[in-house]
Write a protein that binds this ligand. Structure first.
Ligand code: CU
Length: 182
């Protein structure tokens, strides 16, 4: 009895194995080929995903941490000149001066000192807060190349009493402020 049972089991097992093998060959015959070729695919995909993520994340916190506090009082035009600064990370930090105080009916010069060695910035003045009516357009400067000055001067014509609006034309969202004439 025992030997018959064993033999029966073996037959069933062998039969099952055969079916599994046949089915497996049929199914895996096509599936087996993509598997090995798909397996090496993830490694090349993984490094590019890591690299772009790492670059902005190491840059952004540094810029935010280094933002100097904005000036508490407006930058004053004195003897026809006012100096404002675009600090490192200015595209996110803004100008150090968020307001400028200038005399009425007297032309003056705005000296922009760019301490940012990553991105160039400029200073442009407009009559309206939507930055459509241009009064003075400044040239760009940055601190990336020591051979080139990181300061640019923008000449502003005599202005009537009122409020005017300045920005960096490339980073207006963060780099902006109001200029008031007295
Ligand atoms: Cu800018």
């Amino acid at each position: 009895m025992e030997s018959t049972r064993k033999h029966h089991r073996v037959t069933v097992t062998a039969g099952t194995l055969l079916i599994v093998l046949l089915v497996g060959l049929g199914g895996c015959g096509t599936a087996a080929a993509p598997s090995p070729s798909e397996a090496p695919a993830p490694p090349p995909t993984a490094p590019p995903t890591t690299t772009p993520t790492a670059t902005p994340e190491t840059t952004r916190p540094a810029l935010n941490v280094d933002c100097p506090p904005p000036a508490a009082t407006p930058a004053e035009v004195a003897e026809g000149i006012v100096t404002i600064t675009a600090p490192l990370g200015a595209a996110e930090c803004g100008f150090t001066a968020h307001a400028i105080s200038a005399p009425v009916d007297a032309a003056f010069a705005v000296v922009l000192v760019v301490e940012d060695n990553v991105l160039p910035h400029n200073f442009s003045l407009y009559a309206d807060p939507e930055f459509h009516d241009l009064i003075a357009e400044g040239k760009y400067a940055n601190a990336a190349d020591p051979a080139i000055s990181n300061q640019v001067t923008t000449d502003v014509p005599a202005l009537a009493a009122g409020i005017y609006y300045y920005r960096c034309d490339s980073h207006a969202r963060q780099m902006n402020g109001t200029l008031t004439t007295h």
